[in-house]
Design a protein around this ligand. Sequence first.
Ligand SMILES: *Cc1c(COP(=O)(O)O)cnc(C)c1O
Length: 472
Amino acid sequence: MSDTDNPSPLDFRGRGVNFIEDVAVNPLFAGPETTATVPQLRIPDLETPADAAYQIVHDEAMLDGNARQNLATFVTTWMDDQSQRIYLQAAPKNMIDKDEYPQTAAIETRCWTMLADLWQAPDPTSSIGTSTVGSSEAAMLGGLALKRRWQERRRAEGASTERPNLVMSSAVQVCWEKFCNYFEVEPRYVPISEDHRMLDGHDLDRWVDENTIGVVAILGVTYTGVYEPVREIAAALDAIAAAGGPDVPIHVDAASGGMIAPFCQSEIVWDFRLPRVASINTSGHKYGLVYPGIGWVVWRDRADLPESLIFRVSYLGGDMPTFALNFSRPGAQVLLQYYLFLRLGREGFRKVQQASLDVAGFLADGIADIGPFELWNHPTDIPVFAWRLRADHPGTWDLHHLSERLRLRGWLVPAYPMPDDLADLTVQRIVVRNGFSRDLAGALLGDIRAQVRYLDSISTPLPRAGHGEFTH
Ligand SMILES: *Cc1c(COP(=O)(O)O)cnc(C)c1O
């Protein structure tokens, strides 16, 4: 969809349907007391029978497409029957009512303590953490803790607390841009290039100074799925501190990798084993395998989370320490996360994630075999990979055309430009998740081959295709 089709980015009313028209009510439900249509943008004057209202909502949601064929998203699209039951049973519980639902609150604490342990905190019982609505909220909290620690240290030194900055790759997820914008921190984006495809610690001394609140390292870059080498980044910061420069902590954005690396690549040292890593976030609703929305953030030690950020609210009879942006939010996802920790154990998680890695590897090999493509990366980190067109491709079609053609078969496989300094490079990306079987992958490969044959059969250059949106 081009920009002109969509006058305001916040306005989705015009998408797909003519929003001026009323919604037609299925004639099966039209009775003497029902009108044949209901308005779209105004609350109807009268009631609609429950069956008819249900059918309208159900049918409209059906037009969203099939979530399981969405290879753009990282977020869970399949859970087992037991999870569905827990979800329904827990639906009325509000996570913030810790006094009313003390067991859900205790389970939340168990979950982040388990994560502190999984991420090898020296003493998980002296770590601190919280659940959030997702990694975005978790990143805001991690960033706020870095900023406040820096401010408190600078004040104690009698130094200025103006102009804090945060150093990260230009390929960070948009939540870090938001953090910097909303909380008034200067973002310092280290550009990626063909030589330095991610933040790898090179020339870091040119980017950090005494106003740097922290460095963000990404375990599973959203654009390509590759891990940034947290150990090398930490070593570069160690060298800067040892030379009398600033002593800068790291926050690891492990939105996806935090639930893959500990199970499938335990030899990679990226977590609390590195003393410089102060805090880590992950998305419970990505490779934590829970439906949206849940995220987690854990600090190595209580001292890494300034006390001045914690609110002690006396609410409905309880003393409740909280550090969160939201107040009310669903409690069900916390219970689902705990269910999965129990149900799968470490070995089960390893098997599930390895199965996704295997399917991703199978798809990547298959795609590399199709003439026009060159892999940007093989899915050796998280089960995500990207590819580009070969330089000698004749140019009658591009990856946006392929993306459009695959949509005809229901597959969502986005094509998008890379971030600075590689913005001229367009890649296409696949995210393999639990539930995307080898069987489905074979069907997708067959469709990619067929669509490439079709596109190759057209000898004149195709008009520019609608540019897909990048799904983070
Ligand atoms: C998905 C993602 C986020 C945002 O996480 P949400 O859970 O969607 O809020 C942040 N960082 C990275 C690296 C991600 O992949």
